[in-house]
Structure formats: C-alpha cells, structure tokens
Write a protein that binds this ligand. Sequence first.
Ligand code: ATP
Ligand code: MG
Length: 158
Amino acid sequence: MESVARTLDSRAATEKFGAALGALLMPGDCVGLTGDLGAGKTFLTRAVCKGAGLPDDVYVASPTFALINDYRGARLPLLHVDLYRIVDRSDLYALGWDDLVESGAALIVEWADRVTDALPPHALWIHLEVGDAEDARRLTLRAQAGRGLTLVAELSRM
Ligand SMILES: Nc1ncnc2c1ncn2[C@@H]1O[C@H](COP(=O)(O)OP(=O)(O)OP(=O)(O)O)[C@@H](O)[C@H]1O
Ligand SMILES: [Mg+2]
C-alpha cells in the first residue's frame, strides 16, 4: 500500500490538482473518492473531468440522485458514480456495477468506501478532509496495485 499526503490551499489548487489527474486518466482507471459531506468530492470530480478534456460548457452535476452520470466528449468516456445510497453488494448489482467497472470508461466514484472491496485493486483512492482554513483541503492518496500506484507516483511529482 502506497500512501501520500498533500494539502490544497484553495479551490484553485484543487482545480489544478484535479486537472492534472484528469490529464493522466486512461480507459479502465478507477478513482475512489472518500470524505465527509462537503469535503470536495464533486468539486474535485468537476476538475478531473475538465482535465480529461470535457468541454467547459458541460456541467458536471453531483450524481447523488442519478447515481451514475455518463460523460462523453472528453478524451475518454467518463463515468461519475455516487455510492452514498448504496449499502451492500445487491445494491451494487442492481446498479450494474460490474459492467461499469469493465466498460473501459474511467470511473470516478464518490463514497467509494460504502461497500467493502467494490473498487478493483488497481484503484486510486483519494480521501479529502477540510483543512485548517475553510478553503483548504487535506488529501491522502492511496493505491495498492497497477494503475493506482502509477497515478500516485505521477501525482506526487507535481
Ligand atoms: N480547496 C477546496 N477544494 C474543494 N472544494 C472546496 C475547496 N474550498 C472550498 N470548497 C468548497 O467545498 C464544497 C465541496 O462540496 P462538494 O459538493 O464538492 O462536496 P462532496 O464531498 O461532493 O459532498 P457530498 O458528500 O455531499 O457529495 C464546495 O462548495 C466547494 O466550493
Ligand atoms: Mg458530492
């Protein structure tokens, strides 16, 4: 398990970090976002989508109600998923989860820790916490295998 911490001092810093991640994404990548309500998971996802080439006029909404938002028009297909309302494996199954993971899209998943082991082993995990200042966020990046480890290494360099 690789783990790297960093601080983002402003919304602009989160946008820059998210854009960098979006530029690195490849088909099949999986990004699990964790952290409390309002920690910045959706805000970060928006920046990731833009960094992956989603046009500025496409609004990235929170998938709290839709559960899955599917974005085309970026460099690669993007799936933005919210597991807040998902409590167990049967809910995941109802969502068509395995097909999403194998779709070849890059997957960005809020509340990714709702169901244990929902995310594949190659996932990049990002935990967000409100920092010392209101607009600061503490990030912890974690990965245990494959593309997740590559992304942690690449993001730690920037
Ligand atoms: N540095 C920062 N990075 C990200 N968001 C920030 C930052 N500073 C302030 N914010 C604000 O924090 C809020 C984060 O809200 P957001 O909807 O992204 O949270 P969330 O983690 O997706 O919550 P939920 O669990 O309800 O989906 C936004 O209003 C955003 O403007
Ligand atoms: Mg959200």
